[in-house]
Design a protein around this ligand. Structure first.
Ligand code: GCU
Length: 605
């Protein structure tokens, strides 16, 4: 078993560690002499680090001293100064959502099978789960949702006869300050003898109250329930003519006496759309559904909203709900699993994207932060050894959303590999630029969805064009993109005026979102004077060349084995993928536009 970062922590975590303080003590002993702890319960997750004689003093709440210890470990290992003053997390809930199924598969998992489910039950190596707890705690992640938001049987039984197993699993992660969450099926009362799951039926409320009592008797510190309802065929309150506030509040009331939160996903849209019907525009859906409900959710409901209005695409604008909702507690949901961003084969470091979103919406726009996990049972946990960066950086970003992407990436590279300084910089630069490279050779200028249907890796520009998912680019011989301005679907008008005006005007719209908001002819002039079609060709040639350059850079890095071999093998696949994207996309647009590349490069027809 390999440990993804903090390689300085060599000795395994002992079998029985009851409280965060004892974990902290164990970790501290490995990195520095003379560390002493002062527990101040009022500090909660906060901590303060100070020099004390020849050693260090860590003051903090019970979990705070743990986070303080890892911060000390990081600072000492990286040779950084100690953070000054009291450190506190910005978001109180910092969660990873694991899409693990009980048959051992992971939905959109690219790092092997589930770390804790197999054959319809909990089956895991406790030592590895302790390592997981350590990994999460070391970057401040404090909640883990154990099962897929699509709750397939027997996962419903996580809050039924599997409760003792859930409790045993919670016991392992508790010393690391990690609380569990469970995805539940809104229709579960129907499987348990009731003839309805109507949230306004008192028998349904009573059923969920009793369930919650049983769950909290087994796992008293459960963080709460996560629900995907009325979304992609999942059951929900709409079946009974009830809205999502009524559905969410009913569950929230069952959790409230136990201090639990109800995380309700805002991923609703019509997934049975007719592509011929231009009046429906999928990105409009969530805002239309949830704005009328603002202020109607109970105080222990958190509405979890994907970062963009589509579905974790390479480039989307931030969801307009982050600007619109004023009286609802919200969480932003990212996807560390690289579903649309390279399957943990192609490099795609996410901190620049998170930072852009935060800069756009403001860090106070949400009260919690969650991300779909990229973990799995592979020996290196992440499929690609560098994909570890995204989990590491997510934890630290959730703690401090002002973190600079370059600092997060540099810190991961330093803590993970003891490379000479110039090589460390090459690796960090490669990762920092990796999103831009991926974006260039894949779907152009915010267009989205030009992927292989179902798989979501590799190009297929018309793969989702005549499908039911609302995922169209409407490319033809005249142009490409969808008009989402006031004159079009009106999506741009869901933003505050200043942003709506900018998005609505092709001259002021950020160019990387141009085709998200506008339908334009191939001869449209970009700001630098190039035509739209030329920009598409150039991006694809440049992206592909950049992937080749990354491969050369990678070859020059003295990474330890097996990371080096694994990274090189995946980089070969990435280079092939980039060539494939370049040629398929360029050919697609060349065939439609009939316009040749000004630079005379090869486009295969
Ligand atoms: C995407 C993804 C699904 C997932 C869904 C969700 O559509 O492809 O696998 O279930 O998102 O977030 O619920």
């Amino acid at each position: 078993m390999r440990y993804a970062w903090l390689p300085c922590l060599k000795s395994p975590v002992p079998e029985t560690l009851k409280r965060p303080l004892s974990v902290a003590d164990h970790e501290a002993r490995q990195v520095a002499d003379g560390v002493c702890f002062a527990v101040d319960r009022d500090m909660g997750e906060g901590y303060k680090l100070e020099k004390a004689g020849d050693g260090y003093r860590i003051t903090g709440g019970e979990t705070g001293v743990l986070y303080g210890t890892y911060a000390l470990v990081r600072a000492l290992a990286a040779g950084d100064p100690l953070p000054e003053g009291v450190q506190k997390p910005f978001y109180p809930l910092r969660m990873i959502d694991c899409w693990d199924n009980m048959d051992g598969t992971v939905e959109r998992g690219y790092a092997g099978r589930s770390l804790w489910f197999e054959g319809g039950e909990f089956r895991y190596d406790p030592a590895r789960i302790r390592q997981l707890g350590r990994m999460l705690a070391s970057v401040g992640i404090n909640a883990l949702c154990v099962n897929n938001v699509n709750v397939h049987a027997p996962a419903q039984q996580l809050i039924g006869w599997l409760l003792p197993d859930l409790a045993a699993f919670a016991d392992i992660l508790r010393p690391f300050g990690v609380r569990l969450m469970v995805s539940v099926d809104f229709s579960m009362p129907l499987q348990c003898g009731l003839d309805t799951a109507d949230p306004l039926d008192s028998r349904v409320q009573a059923w969920w109250n009793a369930r919650a009592d049983a769950v909290y008797a087994a796992v008293p510190d459960l963080a709460g329930f996560l629900v995907k309802a009325d979304s992609e065929h999942r059951p929900g309150p709409n079946a009974y003519g009830r809205d999502h506030a009524q559905g969410a509040n009913m569950l929230a009331r069952a959790l409230k006496p136990h201090g639990g939160v109800l995380v309700w996903r805002a991923f609703v849209y019509n997934c049975m759309q007719d592509w011929r019907d231009h009046s429906i525009d999928r990105p409009c859906a969530a805002y239309n559904a949830y704005m009328p409900l603002d202020g109607r959710f109970d105080e222990n409901v958190i509405l979890q909203i994907k970062n963009g209005p589509y579905d974790f695409q390479v480039r989307e604008p931030a969801s307009p709900l982050f600007f619109g909702l004023r009286n609802t507690r919200t969480a932003i949901e990212y996807q560390l699993a690289q579903e649309y961003t390279g399957h943990q084969i192609d490099l795609y470091a996410m901190p620049p994207m998170w930072r852009e979103v935060t800069d756009c919406i403001g860090k106070e726009a949400v009260q919690a932060i969650a991300a779909v996990s990229n973990l799995g049972r592979d020996e290196n946990w992440f499929g690609h050894p560098f994909a570890a960066l995204n989990l590491f950086a997510f934890g630290l970003f959730a703690w401090d959303p002002d973190s600079a992407p370059a600092a997060l990436i540099g810190s991961w590279a330093k803590l993970t590999y003891a490379l000479p300084a110039d090589q460390e910089k090459t690796l960090a630069d490669m990762l920092l630029g990796s999103r831009a490279v991926y974006e260039k050779y894949t779907s152009p200028l915010g267009l989205c969805w030009m992927v292989q249907p179902g798989l979501h890796y590799g190009p297929n520009p018309y793969g989702y064009e005549f499908d039911a998912w609302g995922t169209y680019n409407r490319a033809d011989r005249n142009g490409v993109g969808i008009d989402r301005t006031a004159a079009g679907t009106g999506y741009a008008c869901q933003y505050p005026k200043e942003l709506a005006d900018a998005y609505g005007d092709p001259a002021r719209c950020p160019e990387n979102l141009l085709l998200f908001f506008h339908r334009l002819p191939y001869t449209y002039r970009m700001k630098d004077g190039r035509t739209l079609i030329q920009r598409i060709y150039d991006d694809h040639f440049e992206g592909c060349e950049a992937a080749e350059a990354m491969r050369r850079d990678l070859q020059g890095l003295a990474l330890p084995e097996p990371d080096r071999a694994e990274a090189l093998e995946r980089m070969d696949k990435q280079a092939r993928n980039a060539r494939n994207w370049r040629d398929v996309i360029n050919t697609f647009f060349h065939r439609f536009s009939g316009i040749d590349d000004e630079k005379g490069r090869v486009i295969y027809d």
